[in-house]
Design a protein around this ligand. Sequence first.
Ligand code: ADP
Length: 448
Amino acid sequence: MFRKVLIANRGEIALRILRACRELGIASVAVHSTADATAMHVRLADESVCIGPPPASESYLNPLAILAAAEITGADAIHPGYGFLSENADFAQMVIEHGFTFIGPSPEHLRLMGDKILAKKTAAELGLPVVPGTEEAIASEAEALAAAERIGFPLLIKAAAGGGGRGMTVVQNRSQLEEALRLARREAKLGFGDDRVYLERYLDRPRHIEVQVLGDQHGNLVHLGERDCTLQRRHQKVVEEAPSPVLGGRERAEIGERVARALQRLGYANAGTVEFLWQDGRFYFIEMNTRLQVEHPVTELVTGVDIVREQIRIAAGERLGLRQEQIRIQGHAIEVRVTAEDPKTLVPAPGRVRAYHPPGGPGVRVDSALYAGYTVPPHYDSLIAKLIVHDVDRPTAIRRLERALAEYVIDGMATNLPLLRALFATDEVREGRYDTRWLGQFLQGWRG
Ligand code: ADP
């Protein structure tokens, strides 16, 4: 097992990893930008190293600064968390070449799944159902037009290197295609440094359902069931739950087994998530995330598996301590993402926390790096807390969530808490009747 792990991240996820390290008896090293000198992950870590100025491009996204910090502190391994360098194959390769362990999958698997075109092709080859679309990057206008005829409108232009809800354009009809293609290419080049795009059928009322897996380096791999992340705004998740309210027991077991079989064939090791859209009872693969996800806690609560602890154990070469038949989904868990945003406009509104009172009591978990007196820096993601509840079934979990949301006090700055409270008062959310576009429509009405 490792003696010391460097956590190449910040905020709630840096804390989450730090806690797992501490429970395993591993020393932790925090890295931080100058804007995060007083951040909670820095305060709680055993050691910390400043790696640069506030912009992420000069600190949390700077591989050399992170490797130097690992070198200086004598860390054995690096956990990248999510976002930042977590899915960067070149970074993972550098980590390994410098003699550290990367707590995540192999650079080969990061590379394969980081390219959405290759990922889809691989998924199809492994027997997973994919969204109909082009199998290669679009090379010419004529090719795009021909492919569009086969796929049908509306369709999506997607960037091969896209992520974080960016790099997607809906095209309604043939006459828009040429112009949209040109723009999508340019945006992809600017945003991701890669102008390859592909076409995909646009599903008009899908749900987002994803399957969590854990594999070790000895060929053992299990799935931990699914998460439903259908409540999204601008293709970004706002609420996640497990299990999905729309799947029956057989459907659940089937998709889980299919995913596990596919990734076992691939030889995948560490934590990963295979994302699908689900419509009219059918699954369509969209992408795979080769890292720990923001919404991993809902799976932890319904399975009792500590995903971060397993990631660290797996990376250290230990065997998965779990067999598929030992994994049981118990009760229902819901996570809401609390953000520092104006509740009506949802524009990021970072500021200083005056008073802070997180909810507690049975079945309530808060993953957050907030504290009273802390100033949320404007340079990073607006996620400030994840509130996760667990109870025996969905209706009781919702009541528990409402109770917890009512207790939550974050005074001194704007948050989306009022929106989250309003969401769970709607019949649609209470009854689980919505698709990925529903929240966007709800927001329009809610803003008034
Ligand atoms: P990212 O990597 O940016 O998160 P994804 O491919 O995971 O992108 O898609 C994010 C979300 O975008 C999905 O959950 C869904 O809401 C929407 N989306 C993606 N592909 C399609 C599609 N073919 N049809 C309809 N919606 C889609």
